[in-house]
Design a binder for this molecule. Structure first.
Ligand code: ADP
Ligand code: MG
Length: 444
């Protein structure tokens, strides 16, 4: 029941780990593995779970969630080296500055990438909550934290934000952030210098290791191997690891199976493509930071038209603002169109209605003819509506034009389909995920 309502991903992450402990008078007591999950479930699913219980057993008035003691982690964990308990770092014990060798092995954190400057919305709120949790915990609340999502959606920003927060709160902890590419480069250099020992020692002495874009080491076997050893050594020592990639652990082909599965052991948090609201929020925040008045209509225009990712959205805003200050002309939709001509054109060209139809047909396993047929069975009508919705979102075609491509339908039918899908996406997580996946695929 809840699976259908919230979709497989949300269900698997949040609701499956719930266990019913007992019925305590009119209260159902359930347990979850971690405090973090408890808080998240209470905040996001509490009411739903309560009403579901009340539906099953009218005597139930309330629910309680408690954290259950950890379970042994199974054969893979037992096979690994025994964990070495690490005493929590004591403030003032070690110098606060970052030792030079850590500077060199990692990359500098970008001062612009903090939690404060990160705009939170539905598509990223879970990833942000997980990142904040990691930054605030002395021992790993989950290991690794695996962040994934398409380009320009804020993975690197969030990792830097974790780094800054930890340096601020517990400066004695050694935080290293680097790209998987740099990890490989350093490893290869150590091999060449026949000095892998100090490479190993260096990486194993880190408190928090963040490796960005691990998809990069797909197919690079010896780097993977070394990465895996480093990873295991740190996890066993109770150090925190944060990983990012452009896809989920399961989809990281070219990575050894044991590595892939281990990457999924902790918490996997995906950053979904931006919504219109989030894009608007980001534009408002950035414009404020730039100290420029940007008319609301212009921001709405940008939020509607630059849908690919936040990096492009930021770039577009910067261009408009620069143009205005150089030309002395006020910012308007007309100047925006002019300044962003190439960008907007690239966006328009990106997807055709036919590509959308083909992707939807494949996704749902129906036939191309169903896109223009008059069949009303839900199994084909719903995908057809999804395709119309995406056609409106991803192309600049008008409603009548879209209708024409879907078996000569009327523009009011298209309008209805768009409203319907918008409404359903709010309620139906699995549909929302289908739409998000299709959009990602079409914009890739
Ligand atoms: P990724 O690593 O996922 O490709 P980045 O973290 O590099 O993406 O983000 C690209 C740009 O977009 C950065 O300048 C980042 O600050 C900005 N950005 C992304 N998401 C947000 C957000 N939610 N709020 C503010 N800025 C964001
Ligand atoms: Mg990045």
């Amino acid at each position: 029941m809840l699976r259908a309502e919230f979709g497989d991903t949300a269900f698997g992450t949040w609701l499956k780990p719930l266990e019913v402990a007992r019925l305590d008078g009119d209260r159902v007591v359930m347990t979850v593995p971690t405090q973090f999950m408890r808080d998240w479930i209470v905040a996001h699913y509490g009411d739903r779970i309560r009403s579901m219980w009340a539906g099953v057993n009218p005597a139930v008035r309330s629910i309680a969630l408690s954290v259950r003691p950890p379970e042994p982690r199974g054969a893979a964990a037992a096979a690994a080296v025994d964990p070495v308990p690490v005493p929590p770092p004591v403030a003032g014990c070690e110098p606060a500055e970052v030792a030079p060798e850590f500077e060199e092995m990692g990359a500098r954190l970008d001062p612009r990438f903090t939690f404060d400057s990160f705009v939170v919305g539905k598509p990223n709120e879970f990833a942000v909550a997980a990142a904040e949790k990691v930054a605030a915990s002395l021992s790993p609340p989950f290991n690794p934290l695996f962040l994934y999502g398409g380009v320009g959606l804020g993975k690197t920003h969030l990792m830097h934000a974790i780094g800054w927060r930890i340096r601020e709160v517990t400066p004695q902890r050694r935080v290293v952030y680097l790209s998987a590419e740099k990890f490989m480069y350093q490893f290869v250099r150590a091999l060449r210098r026949k000095d892998t020992m100090s490479f190993k020692e260096l990486f194993r002495s880190v408190d928090v290791l963040m490796v960005d874009d691990v998809q990069f080491i797909s197919g690079k076997e010896s780097t993977q191997e070394e990465f895996f050893h480093t990873f295991n050594a740190l996890v066993d020592r109770g150090r925190q690891i944060v990983i990012s990639a452009d896809r989920s652990p399961a989809d990281l082909s070219g990575l050894e199976e044991r590595i892939r599965s281990r990457l999924g052991w902790g918490l996997v948090a995906d950053i979904h493509p931006t919504t219109y609201e989030l894009r608007l929020g980001i534009l408002q925040t950035k414009a404020e930071k730039l100290g420029v008045e940007v008319p609301v209509r212009v921001m709405e225009f940008l939020a509607a038209r630059i849908t690919s990712n936040v990096r492009e959205l930021e770039g577009a805003l910067n261009r408009i603002v620069h143009h205005a200050s150089f030309s002395g002309r006020p910012i308007s939709i007309d100047t925006a169109r002019e300044v962003l001509k190439d960008l907007l054109r690239a966006h328009d060209r990106r997807v055709t209605i036919e590509e959308i139809q083909r992707a939807v047909v494949e996704h749902y396993g129906i036939r191309m003819a169903d896109m223009s047929s008059s069949r009303r069975a839900r199994a084909v009508a719903r995908p057809r509506q999804v395709a119309m919705y995406l056609a409106k979102q991803l192309t600049t075609r008008s409603l009548p034009e879209i209708g024409k491509r879907f078996g000569n339908r009327d523009h009011t039918t298209v309008m209805h389909a768009i409203r319907q899908i918008e409404r359903l996406c709010e309620e139906d997580r699995s549909l929302a995920e289908d739409v998000a996946a299709l959009r990602r695929r079409l914009q890739a």
